[in-house]
Design a protein. Structure first.
Lengths: 736, 230
């Protein structure tokens, strides 16, 4: 190691700047060696350190009545749902790997988030995937879509967790830099909650799971720079997943946690062994000493640097009391998995990495981790120039199209609105037999075994709204995700978020980030839904610039009585259809504006947080009193699109409607404009009076729209078409 | 009934099968694949999932699991053995059922509600069911495209061993109603002695109140009827 010399090229390769390098020398009181440089590089990367986001993230509301583990405390947030049970859930991005290797990138994205959940002691019961791609007509994009969907399917299906929901959007801004965000949700008993902070001097540090290979080296650093033409060369930074191994790891891990054999546990995700060991030590201020020679390896001749930085999948690090090691090892062996002692807990606060007898790295653990000495930056912000242009939209200048049938058909065929069945039928969404509401309705609903309860889950973000106004867009994302779970009868409890942005060193990008945080904060406070964790993904750029700001919200809702769950689909002829909320007066950022007028402009719809919260309270009361037969969030595509969606029953049958609502304003806006705080409900005529009494007792506006009737979709005198024909257009929108 | 469900590494519908039968009040046991004792069951289930990751070929490694020796001898003695999805694949791999399950025609995994028609009620698994009845039983597989040579197909047909065919909701076994390209729309078959049954659809996924279809209960109740009346 004596000839090792740190050069500026080497620092650049490790994405460490001069200022950071000076700090490293200050910490070590010497020059770092090659291994140490690698360790600092991954731990201080954007991906692991959140150095450019943590200041703002700390302003998000994270306290709530039901929190058992708050944001930043553990691998994932944990929310109490009563009866001694808790939910652990989190969303994470795997954007850059998926851009290069869509199949493995997406698969390991799912694998990584599942491990985050079962390291907490929770059994994963649902996965949702929030995906964004460029124009699906482009063959390159099609290749990405197919690869990503296939990767998610193969991993989740084999692992045995139902993929119950999510979203897919197509926007030119994601060309070349797709977004692949995976959310996992797990259930645990309070007593089985596992922690990650290492404790107990002399306790064993045990490596379990798959062997370490050379895949994924520097994945975290790779995720922290922009993609470029040279990115192809970093293909080895993409990991390869083995869902079968993960399934075995799940069963063995839960078994050792439930048997009380674990002091602490952390999965090896981004930055692999380096991150897990330094975080476990850094969290509790102890030291950890490991010997890389003892790490099970699948390739010959791996260096200490490679072993420490490998992001091979399906591995965990466990702290075990020596007296429990044999019992723990027996369980892993039962599942044909490795469990090897590679080190011990020390009292020196150092991460010490040895290769047999040679010390290869020695760094104070807390200097590596978030909340310790990892760098924290404040970035500049500037209002982006494009907003001048987008905000100058004059609706009066827009030609008013009156061929409503033509507009409706075009919107239903638009990939953003069209049926996503071609995608979700590739995901096993029924395994574990808890799926009360299958994909296709506003929120997925999953029953909790041995209780009467169910969880409603939704991921939401309209990137277009966030681009046009990041503050309102972020508020809207939280509001819509909450509205979606409310529509199924669930009380919104908490959120996880995945914040996808461009390069934070661009002040315009950072302004959108700071506005999004502000919007999310206001909305989460209004709904009482704390942020339980998640992830930030910066540097999502393609040659034409940053992606649209995309804060994906994953909402957790709780239903106390699963027999009261409702879906968005109309049920019986003669049922009455109402709109809870106002007539739409807005058109900015709508799918109509994009598809028909070929522009993305205007102000996106604003959320009145008080009205939204009142709407939730009213809806939940109506559902609780069984006064509602269907409820559908009236969002993208506007009123006519959402009415049509409620006509397309998932069993393949179609309902007709006869709508008598005659707008007082410009009809294209009323029919296709998009606004928040609106829900389309249907009720039985028998309960009309009770329904109206309840609705009028609230201060909310509402409107009678019409009836469920026959097989034709009829809107005033404006439109009459067989619902079946509409459905055919809607179903062929996405072809995989 | 005493029901033993085998867990192979990678099985992921084992607990679903156990839950569905436990809900009906049966005594359910979970048998680890390295065990050698089936615990004197009335019914053995090879569950769905991805035994050994479905690496090499679906079901091909599971047939070497230690417990399979006992399973095969149990079946040869006439014991009721029910393979669902991956369990069906294992049964064809170890020769207890003929034919093979190839990749779906679309080359994609398919998870959806699927109607299947009762073709034979002369089995313990369809005992007392109306022939021609269409049941909504979910499928979830990538390799469910049943294939067998001509002679084998003829033997299945002639011996009334095709138990279920894919169909539409009115019971028509048309090419359009065939989700995976299976020969003759075959969704499930039994052996000559009719004690061993394999099917790709998952009756256990349609056997509890809170899920979308309850048609799987027809099959579970048929098994109970057979057990009580034989």
């Amino acid at each position: 190691m004596s000839e090792f010399k740190v050069t500026s090229e080497l620092l650049a390769e490790h994405s460490i700047n001069q200022e950071e390098y000076a700090e490293i020398k200050n910490i070590l009181k010497r020059e770092p060696n090659w291994v140490e440089l690698g360790i600092f590089s991954v731990m201080w990367s954007e991906h692991a350190s959140y150095k450019n986001s943590i200041k703002l993230l700390k302003t998000l509301p994270k306290d709530g009545d039901y929190m058992l583990a708050k944001a930043g405390e553990e691998n994932a947030g944990v929310v109490d749902i009563g009866d001694g049970l808790a939910v652990s859930f989190k969303i994470e991005s795997h954007n850059h790997p998926s851009a290069l290797e869509p199949y493995h990138g997406a698969a390991t994205g799912v694998g990584g988030i599942l491990r985050d959940i079962f390291t907490m002691g929770a059994r994963p019961i649902a996965v949702l995937d929030s995906l964004r791609f460029g124009n699906p007509e482009n063959p390159q994009v099609k290749h990405l879509i197919k690869g990503v969907v296939n990767g998610i399917a193969d991993y989740g299906n084999c692992f045995g967790v139902p993929t119950v929901g999510g979203e897919i959007y197509f926007e030119d801004s994601f060309e070349g830099n797709p977004l692949v965000n995976a959310m996992a949700v797990g259930i645990l008993k309070h007593k089985d909650l596992a922690k990650s902070g290492a404790k107990g001097l002399g306790n064993h540090v045990v490596y379990v799971g798959a062997k370490t290979g050379r895949d994924g080296i520097h994945g975290a650093t790779f995720a922290s720079v922009e993609l470029s033409n040279e990115s192809e060369e970093k293909r080895t930074a993409v990991q390869v997943g083995d869902p079968f191994m993960e399934k075995l790891l799940l069963e063995a891990t839960l078994e050792v946690i439930q048997k009380g054999l674990v002091v602490a546990i952390q999965d090896m995700g981004a930055a692999g062994l380096t991150c897990s060991s330094s975080e476990m030590a850094g969290k509790t201020g102890v030291g950890i000493e490991i010997d890389v020679a003892k790490v099970p390896q699948r390739e010959i001749g791996m260096s200490t640097y490679e072993i420490m930085l490998s992001e091979s999948q399906e591995r965990m690090l466990i702290i075990v009391e020596p007296k429990n090691f044999d019992a723990l090892q027996d369980i892993f062996h039962k599942w044909d998995l490795e469990a090897v002692i590679i080190g011990e807990v020390k009292d020196d606060g150092l991460l010490t990495v040895k290769n047999k007898d040679i010390i290869e790295a020695q760094i104070p653990a807390e200097t590596l981790v978030l909340g310790g000495k990892a760098p924290v930056y404040t970035r500049e912000t500037t209002i982006p120039g494009y907003l001048h242009k987008t905000r100058s939209l004059d609706v009066n200048q827009l030609p008013e199209s009156k061929d409503y049938a033509d507009i409706l058909v075009k919107l239903l065929q638009s990939p953003n609105i069209a049926s996503k069945r071609a995608v979700f039928r590739q995901y096993d969404h029924m395994v574990q037999i808890n799926s009360v509401v299958e994909p296709g309705s506003d929120a997925a609903v999953v029953k909790i075994k041995d209780t009467n309860k169910a969880l409603a889950l939704s991921t939401d973000c309209n990137s277009r709204y966030c681009w046009l106004d990041p503050y309102e867009g972020a508020k809207g994302a939280v509001a819509e995700s909450a509205r979606n779970v409310v529509c199924s009868g669930a009380k919104p409890l908490a959120i996880t978020n995945c914040l996808n942005f461009g390069n934070p060193y661009k002040p315009e990008v950072y302004w959108t980030f700071s506005e999004v945080i502000r919007g999310m904060t206001d909305a989460c406070k209004a709904f009482g839904t704390p942020v339980t964790g998640g992830n930030v993904s910066f540097y999502n750029e393609n040659p034409t610039g940053a992606i649209y700001p995309t804060p994906v919200i994953g909402m957790l809702g709780l239903i106390e009585d699963s027999s009261k769950v409702i879906t968005q689909f109309f049920k019986n002829d003669g049922d009455l259809i109402y709109l809870l909320g106002k007539e739409c007066m807005e058109i900015g950022g709508s799918e109509y504006l994009k598809v028909i007028h070929n522009q993305i402009s205007g102000y996106p719809p604003k959320v009145d947080l008080n009205a939204e919260q009142e709407l939730f309270i009213l809806m939940l009361e109506l559902i609780d009193r069984r006064l509602i037969k269907s409820a559908h969030d009236c969002s993208e595509g506007g009123l006519l699109v959402c009415l049509a969606e409620s006509c397309f029953s998932p069993d393949g049958s179609n309902k007709g409607i006869e709508i008598e609502y005659n707008p007082k304003i410009r009809k294209d806006i009323a029919y296709f404009g998009e606004a928040h705080s609106r829900i389309i409900v249907s009720i039985s005529p028998d309960t009309k009076q009770e329904f109206l009494n309840t609705v009028t007792a609230s201060a909310l506006e509402y409107m009678y729209l019409g009836k469920v009737k026959g097989s034709e979709y009829i809107i005033n005198e404006d439109l009459a078409v067989d619902t079946k024909i509409l459905r055919e257009f809607w179903e062929k929108g996405i072809d995989l | 009934m005493k029901v033993s469900v085998i867990t192979f590494p990678g099985s992921n519908c084992d607990h679903d099968a156990m839950e569905a039968f436990a809900l009906r009040g049966h005594e359910v046991k979970n048998i680890w694949h390295k065990d050698h004792d089936l615990q004197s069951p009335d019914l053995v289930i090879l569950p769905g999932g991805f035994s050994y990751g479905d690496y090499l070929r679906c079901g091909s490694i599971a047939k070497f699991s230690p417990i399979m020796k006992e399973v095969i001898s149990y079946a040869q003695k006439g014991g009721m053995l029910f393979g669902i999805c991956n369990g069906f694949q294992i049964l064809t791999e170890c020769g207890l059922l003929p034919g093979t399950l190839m990749m779906n025609k679309s080359l994609q995994f398919i998870c959806q509600h699927q109607y299947i028609r009762v073709e034979s009620n002369d089995t313990p698994y369809t005992y007392g069911l109306d022939k021609g009845k269409a049941l909504d039983i979910p499928i979830a597989h990538k390799e469910g495209n049943f294939f067998i040579d001509e002679a084998g197909l003829k033997s299945l047909q002639d011996n009334n061993r095709i138990v279920f065919r894919y169909c539409d909701k009115d019971g028509n076994a048309t090419p359009e109603a065939n989700p995976n390209g299976a020969l003759d729309n075959i969704a499930g078959i039994c052996n000559k002695e009719r004690n061993v049954m394999g099917m790709m659809p998952h009756p256990e996924r349609a056997a509890s109140e809170h899920v979308v279809s309850q048609d799987g209960l027809f099959i579970i109740k048929a098994i109970e009827n057979y057990f009580n009346h034989r």
